[in-house]
Design a protein around this ligand. Structure first.
Ligand code: SF4
Ligand code: SF4
Length: 282
């Protein structure tokens, strides 16, 4: 069972929900921090780093002595990551998607690939939680390969909670593919509703069962609730606006530790999402 936690925008409480759900699992669980541009799940878990692995992607290198400047590589590349003006082509690694196509189409076999580091994947053990966190190097724009590297560390048969990047762009799609259920976290505000609609369109396109968690209930208005009712989207959990939650967050504490009365809420969400596997909810 892979339970993904996503949101149409940052700052809605996605991390809070992910780490607290993982702690409430009780048994062994993998927590995948796929928010590789700003991974922060580790801040709430006092764990021990047990592994750190460098992640690379293959980037084309041109052998000038073999290249005749035909331009086939540049014509092929849909991302304009390799460009030739009748001379040895220029490669723009930050735009390259590592598809390998330019090397295949080069008639002179002048292109080979070299590994370029994009970030690291760290494994941290914190009681029942094995946290796998991807951390993109500064200045690297290619997040999806690192997201996939984090997901490659899923353990067969072990439940996992996946903290997706915010938004609805390529890294989010890379994170959500293969999930069994998506929890969309939102706030009851006009901005929250706007971004929730985008996120709903995304998960419907991906055909993954989903439900909504409304965070900070008590601020804003009821438009998120009205939208969910109209669209027949289940609201799985409502977390009230509570100053004590914000204070615990600012101290790097889990809600379920600082405020035990909230444990039942998170536990109920786990039970509801787990029922998906038996086809009770979609
Ligand atoms: S590997 Fe693919 S994306 Fe990268 S430069 Fe070559 S054709 Fe373009
Ligand atoms: S396709 Fe090969 S030979 Fe032609 S410009 Fe590109 S690298 Fe040079």
């Amino acid at each position: 069972m892979i339970l993904a936690v996503a949101s149409g925008k940052g700052g809605t409480g996605k991390t809070t929900l992910s780490v607290n759900l993982a702690r409430m699992f009780g048994s062994a669980v993998r927590l995948l921090d796929c928010d590789v541009e700003e991974p922060n799940d580790h801040l709430f878990l006092q764990g021990t780093t047990i592994k750190e692995e460098i992640v690379t992607i293959p980037i084309p290198q041109v052998d000038e002595s073999l290249c005749d400047g035909c331009g086939e590589c540049g014509s092929f590349c849909a991302y304009h990551a390799i460009v030739s003006f009748g001379t040895k082509p220029l490669v723009f690694p930050e735009m390259c998607h590592s598809c390998g196509g330019c090397a295949i189409v080069c008639p002179q076999k002048a292109i080979h690939e070299a590994d370029k580091r994009i970030g690291v994947v760290e494994t941290i053990q914190a009681e029942n939680i094995t946290l796998i966190r991807g951390c993109l190097d500064v200045g690297v724009a290619m997040a999806p390969p690192l997201v996939r590297a984090v997901k490659a560390r899923l353990e067969n048969g072990q439940p996992a909670i996946l903290d997706a990047p915010p938004g609805t762009s390529c890294p989010v799609i890379a994170a959500l593919r293969g999930a069994d259920f998506v929890v969309l976290v939102t706030e009851p505000t006009p901005f929250g509703l706007h971004d929730l609609k985008l996120a709903v369109d995304m998960v419907r396109e991906l055909r993954i069962p989903f439900g909504v968690v409304v965070n900070r209930v008590g601020i804003g208005d009821d438009r998120v609730h009205v939208f969910c009712r109209r669209e027949r989207i289940p609201i799985l959990l409502e977390i009230p606006e509570d100053r004590r939650i914000a204070e615990a967050f600012s101290r790097g504490e889990l809600i379920v530790n600082a405020l035990p009365e909230y444990r039942r809420l998170f536990q109920s969400l786990i039970e509801k999402t787990m029922s998906v596997e038996s086809g009770k909810r979609c």
